[in-house]
Write a protein that binds this ligand. Structure first.
Ligand SMILES: NC(=O)C1=CN([C@@H]2O[C@H](COP(=O)(O)OP(=O)(O)OC[C@H]3O[C@@H](n4cnc5c(N)ncnc54)[C@H](OP(=O)(O)O)[C@@H]3O)[C@@H](O)[C@H]2O)C=CC1
Ligand SMILES: [Mg+2]
Length: 341
């Protein structure tokens, strides 16, 4: 069996950090993680993405679209006071990034407050993240994903699994400590792979997906597995195919189900061995799709509205599955569908 790994040329925005501020921003963020006083000071001038029981606050823009609300910390402080909240709530904010203007970005879960009252004060709505992911676009999507993942981790890591005692977080929220034991946020590695036979690509759907949505195949890495072992095993398990070659594309953090590190790949199977044997305990359906079908689906507006005729649609633009499918389509259009595509 041939199993080769090729690295795709990185896109400009991924690796060419030509703006000189990048290094200073990264060093600033690192300092905020290590220095509680500096982080507390940054919080006073920071921007906060609000959540209520892990659902992000979305506000309507002037153009009628929805976007995740990044609220100045001083405004959050005033509104929390108006809602009679304990001032210590603001300190529970977790550091998630730094804007190009060097303004620290945080997330905060106000789940202990009345949801309707907070929504009214901030002029927005808390929306379940899975639904929000189908609506949101733009640079703040990864921040919202990271914020929810970190908030979830803090909410489920309050006790030390060795001693049973309470753990304590640093101001940035990048770690929790019990005596000498330090806990860091955890992610599960997942391989996501777009399989092609050179002419068509393979998509599947789980019964839990929204109606009509198909995506690339994905699976969690087992302990001790390499990326390539997981990829070949998952394709064999889920659709009964043997991968001939594959190439790495790119990666993404994904907050579901509990924070996954998605490693995106393309894989090819022999055009003579494309008969699917779908494991229906894992996938409701899996099918080969032509270039024409994929091109049309990439232009469908999502999520479909109630009453729309049944059609298949693809994950949103910011999902790595969409990136893999778009890459495949572009290479097919260039007539370069052979090899690892
Ligand atoms: N960003 C994107 O574009 C996409 C992201 N994804 C993500 O990839 C993830 C993995 O894909 P999926 O097909 O579900 O994975 P798998 O094919 O590995 O199947 C999921 C099952 O694996 C078991 N499992 C093993 N390790 C873990 C772990 N660390 N965490 C949770 N379950 C585990 C569970 O089984 P049991 O409960 O029986 O133990 C679970 O139900 C999905 O959760 C989804 O969020 C998927 C498609 C697109
Ligand atoms: Mg799977």
């Amino acid at each position: 069996m041939l199993r080769s790994l090729r690295i795709f040329p990185a896109t400009k925005c991924q690796l060419t950090r030509c703006c000189s501020g990048f290094v200073s921003r990264m060093r600033y963020l690192n300092r905020l993680k290590e220095d509680d006083a500096a982080c507390a000071a940054a919080l006073q001038d920071g921007l906060i993405f609000l959540f209520h029981r892990l659902s992000p606050l979305l506000q309507r823009t002037n153009r009628g679209t929805l976007r995740a609300a990044a609220v100045p910390s001083s405004d959050v402080h005033l509104i929390l006071q108006r809602l009679n909240s304990d001032a210590s709530l603001l300190k529970e904010s977790v550091l998630i990034g730094c804007s190009e203007q060097n303004q620290a970005q945080f997330c905060l879960d106000v789940g202990e407050l009345n949801q309707a009252a907070v929504e009214e004060e901030f002029g927005g709505t808390f929306i379940d993240l899975r639904k929000a992911f189908l609506i949101l676009a733009g640079a703040e999507v990864p921040l919202v994903a990271k914020g929810q993942a970190l908030l979830r981790w803090h909410q489920t890591s309050r006790f030390c699994s060795a001693t049973g005692e309470l753990t304590h977080r640093n101001q940035a929220g990048s770690q929790r400590v019990c005596n000498s034991i330090i806990y860091y946020p955890k992610m599960s590695p997942v391989v996501i792979v777009l399989v092609s036979d050179g002419r068509r690509c393979l998509l599947g759907r789980q019964s839990s997906f929204p109606r009509g949505m198909y995506s690339a195949l994905a699976g969690f890495c087992d302990m001790g597995e390499t990326l390539e072992e997981t990829l070949c095993r998952e394709v064999a398990e889920e659709v009964g195919l043997e991968v001939q070659s594959f190439s790495y594309s790119s990666s993404q953090h994904w907050p579901f189900p509990h924070s996954s590190f998605m490693l995106g790949c393309h894989a090819s199977v022999r055009p003579t061995h494309t008969q699917l044997s779908v494991d229906h305990s894992e996938l409701e359906d899996a099918r080969w799709f032509s270039l024409e079908e994929i091109t049309a689906a990439l232009h469908v507006k999502i999520p479909p509205r109630r009453g729309d005729p049944p059609f298949f649609w693809l994950p949103p633009k910011h999902a790595i599955a969409n990136r893999l499918i778009t890459e495949w389509m572009e290479r097919q259009q260039l007539g370069n569908g052979e090899g690892t595509s």
